[in-house]
Write a protein that binds this ligand. Sequence first.
Ligand SMILES: [Zn+2]
Length: 210
Amino acid sequence: MILETFSVGPLQCNCTLLGDEEAGEAIVIDPGDEVGRIYRRITDLGLKLKQILITHAHIDHVGGAVKLKRLTGAPILLNENDLPLLKMMDQQAAWLGVATPEVTAPDASLVDGLQVGLERYPARVLYTPGHTQGSVCLHFEPLNMIIAGDTLFAGSIGRTDLPGGNSRQIIESIESQLMALPDETRVLPGHGPPTTIGAERNTNPFLNLR
Ligand SMILES: [Zn+2]
């Protein structure tokens, strides 16, 4: 198994490459920027890209998706409730002071319960709105791991002050979807260091307010 994280772009989004050397296949999650670097790695490993999975449509997570699709032919999957954010890409680029990346409608929606990923390393979509209305996490049960996007961080949670954000909803999503997972589940957040469900259950100040 190949599992590599690249911190890409000015906001250092954690882009993840998951590959199966035996099957010769890979998926990429959140190629926000630096697509050349990610594509080179996929090519060096001799892998075929099967899916481009987007946890939510903020520019730092989705910005390089179309470029990567062009290079590989892989479909882009993104929850449909984030389509309004995709349409605001000019505004999102202006927030960061960067050029507007090309965007396109996703090939499929990451709806709750959908199975995605690789044959040997499948993931189930956990719909976790709150940071945005289309935010999802990906639960790779055989790997005991979730990709958390900007929903849950080590010691923190995603901001809810941007369009589509809802502070009550993000806590509900984390409690109902993520805290239902076993303590030993590894969490790879969209920014910053990895953590575990148990560590966040016990110490995350945003989850222990009641
Ligand atoms: Zn975000």
